[in-house]
Design a protein around this ligand. Structure first.
Ligand code: UD1
Length: 339
């Protein structure tokens, strides 16, 4: 029994590979390194003390996927992360985003089906809820109206997976809707390494705190939240990785298709995060308030009770561990994997 992890060299994929290997799974990783580095693979081996098979391959390359399944007939499930994920870039490059994410997922599912592999955990996002009607968000909330092409690709892939299940009940499909993944492995060996200037809050804060960027721009302080800045549900990436283990084990025995919010259920504002980071690390995070970022919502946090009830999964780490581990990763790797 072995699990194929697409995008397994990425931020969430690499942490998930570690958790699966620690749990005794054989893992096969594929990645095209479009937003990750080969050294990640060495780090995964260093953390786990275990080896695994790796394929440098692109999801759009059907022949490469077929070869992976043919050479590894023990693969019986897939954790699917591979995809483009920068919101702003998706607005300027919609063709690339729809093609990579949607076509790539179709090619993967087709190859899986032809090789009799019908169990998949899909990396979705809270972005599928668009601007939520109410918080905390339950899985039953309206899906659709994502505010950008990246989000739409997640909505579309969820829809495709549902239709695949409707057509063939042998599929086991678990869809995980992540809230805001942050933090890093406690070893400081793997973490988030965005290309260029980060779009997301936490990697931006870590770089400001270490003097790599001059100042954080806080996008708006006139939202209807406790301090006016945007509220999100930050989730430690190791907790998130562990949710994939639970989701796979569950869907293999329960069968069918199911959806889970993966968050802590706690909403923190931008300024809460800045203050927590300063307190935990003792570093100063310079910031200034600027205008709102288009497409942002005031408040987005999960009702994660279904994951606890059905999967037996609950976030173990809080904001202190998130800040501590993000800072450890950034300090040990000031230039990310190029350090
Ligand atoms: C973003 C994406 C979401 C994606 C998620 C992945 C948008 C609109 N949404 O979520 O689709 O799934 O990342 O992690 O981009 N902020 C600042 N200054 C910054 C950066 C962020 O004030 O330099 C604020 C934002 O306005 C927001 C909060 O910090 O209130 C979190 O932002 P971010 O980390 O980008 O995540 P989301 O926007 O929630």
């Amino acid at each position: 029994m072995s699990v194929l992890i697409t995008g397994g060299a990425g931020f969430i994929g690499s942490h998930t590979a570690v958790e699966f290997m620690n749990a005794g799974y054989d893992v096969v990783i594929m990645d095209n390194f479009s937003n990750s580095k080969p050294v990640v693979l060495d780090r995964i081996k260093e953390i786990t003390g275990k080896d695994f098979k790796f394929y440098k391959a692109d999801l759009l390359d059907a022949a490469a996927l077929d070869r992976i399944f043919e050479e590894n007939p023990e693969i019986d499930s897939c954790i699917h992360f591979a995809g483009l994920k920068a919101v702003g870039e998706s607005v300027s490059m919609p063709i690339e985003y729809y093609h990579n994410n949607v076509t790539g997922s179709l090619i993967l599912c087709d190859s899986m089906r032809r090789h009799g592999v019908k169990t998949i955990v899909f990396s979705s996002s809270a972005t599928v809820y668009g601007a939520p009607d109410e918080v905390p968000i339950k899985e039953s909330a309206r899906v659709g109206n994502a505010t950008n092409p990246y989000g739409e690709t997640k909505v579309m892939i969820e829809r495709i997976l549902k239709d695949i299940y409707v057509s063939d009940k042998e599929w086991n499909i678990s869809v995980l809707r992540y809230f805001n993944p942050v933090g890093a492995h406690a070893s400081g060996l793997i973490g988030e390494d965005p290309n260029g200037i980060p779009n997301n809050l936490m990697p931006y804060i870590t770089k400001v705190a270490l003097g790599k960027l001059p100042q954080l721009s806080v996008f708006g302080n006139d939202y209807d939240t406790h301090d006016g800045t945007g509220v999100r549900d930050y989730i430690h990436v190791v907790d998130l990785a562990k949710a994939h283990l639970k989701a796979l084990e569950y869907i293999k025995s329960a069968h069918g298709i199911d959806y889970f919010n993966i968050g802590t259920g706690n909403g923190y504002s931008v300024l809460d995060m800045v203050k927590a980071y300063e307190q935990v690390t003792g570093l100063k995070v310079n910031y200034k308030i600027v205008g709102r970022r288009p497409g942002d919502v005031a408040s987005c946090y999960a009702d994660p009770s279904k994951a606890e009830r059905v999967l037996g999964w609950k976030a173990e780490y809080g904001i202190v561990e998130m800040c501590r581990d993000a800072n450890r990763w950034q300090t040990k790797n000031p230039n990310g994997y190029d350090s």
